[in-house]
Design a protein around this ligand. Structure first.
Ligand code: DGY
Length: 321
């Protein structure tokens, strides 16, 4: 018996994060790192004071209602919190935190990978060489779109959006953005503000999504909005799959109206969308935007900082409710 708070860690975290957690908490692990079913998650939460989940653990209203009174904090290992019903947690007096900032660089890197992979036909080329089908070369072969000098539209100019815009500046791109509020000039760095989504889309040769998934943003990219993009634009999504109507995306990609898409996130995860996987003009990754050694450590430490503050009686820096 110890008097350390009991902490459930439902996924396999970086070794340094786990070591630090174990020094401070009585840690309960999910040894084989499987995705817990809803019932398993509820059962595993019954005798704990805190939980440190990832976006793969869904704390919807039903799960939150089934949490024990002793569980006082959900300290997420993610910046996105669409997997947690914040209203339900607040109503039960459960504190919820996230891990902003620390994953912005890694996510911006993956956005660039998705942009270039889509623009320069990365999946198609990789598969051709890997499968031994590369038996031809000509100046007319595998021609893609150059992004240099093109317009880069950022939908959601928060922390990740701003760093992604910086990286796109490195490719000589002209930055446009839409955000709930206009940024100050030092953060804007010459980027052109659009006060509507429609106005941004109309000028985005590459559109990169960086807004949170909420009821208001679900399906924001759909048949109507895709049609507003310039001919042969490129869509990049490293935020959340729910932002995009994937059926409409498939149609736009098949017709050639959209040149390509670079996607790290999907409506259904894990797994993705077979209709998108069938298309050569989609470059896809399995939701690995923040998956670098450095960032995994930083996310875990940030979640632990929030927990430590909470159990010390202080306000966690990243408290959402
Ligand atoms: C996040 O932090 O929201 C990333 O998508 C990983 O969960």
């Amino acid at each position: 018996m110890t008097d350390k708070p009991v902490l459930l860690i439902p996924r396999k975290l970086a070794p340094a994060v786990l070591a630090r957690a174990q020094a401070t908490y009585d840690v309960i692990l999910n040894e084989d790192d499987h995705v817990m079913t809803r019932d398993e998650l509820v059962a595993a939460c019954q005798n704990v004071d805190a939980v440190l989940p990832c976006h793969s653990e869904h704390f919807n209203a039903e799960v939150v209602a089934a949490l024990p009174a002793r569980l006082k904090i959900i300290a997420n290992h993610s910046v996105g919190v669409d997997h947690v019903d914040l209203g339900a947690a607040k109503a039960r007096g459960i504190v919820v935190t996230n891990t902003p900032d620390v994953l912005s660089d890694a996510t911006a890197e993956i956005a660039m990978l998705c942009m270039l992979g889509a623009a320069r036909r990365g999946s198609e080329g990789d598969r051709m060489v890997r499968e031994g089908r590369w038996n031809f070369w000509s100046p007319a072969f595998m021609v893609g779109r150059q992004v240099t000098g093109r317009r880069f539209g950022v939908l959601g100019m928060g922390r990740v959006g701003q760093i992604t815009a910086d990286r796109a500046r490195g490719f000589g791109m002209e930055i446009h953005y839409h955000n709930r509020s206009r940024l100050s000039p030092d953060k804007e760095k010459g980027a052109i503000f659009h006060d509507t989504v429609e106005s941004l889309l109309a000028v985005s040769d590459v559109l990169s999504l960086h807004c949170p998934s909420t009821p208001e943003t679900t399906g924001l990219i759909n048949a109507r909005t895709l049609d507003l993009l310039p001919e042969r634009a490129i869509l990049v999504n490293t935020a959340r799959g729910a932002l995009v109507d994937e059926d409409a995306l498939v149609t736009a990609l098949k017709s050639g109206r959209l040149f390509a898409a670079g996607l790290d996130v999907f409506r259904d995860e894990p797994g993705g969308n077979p209709a998108l996987a069938d298309l050569d003009n989609v470059f896809m990754l399995p939701h690995i935007g923040s998956a670098t050694f450095e960032t995994r450590d930083a996310m875990g430490f940030r979640a632990l900082d929030n927990l430590d503050a909470f159990f010390a009686g202080d306000a966690p820096v990243d408290r959402l409710v």
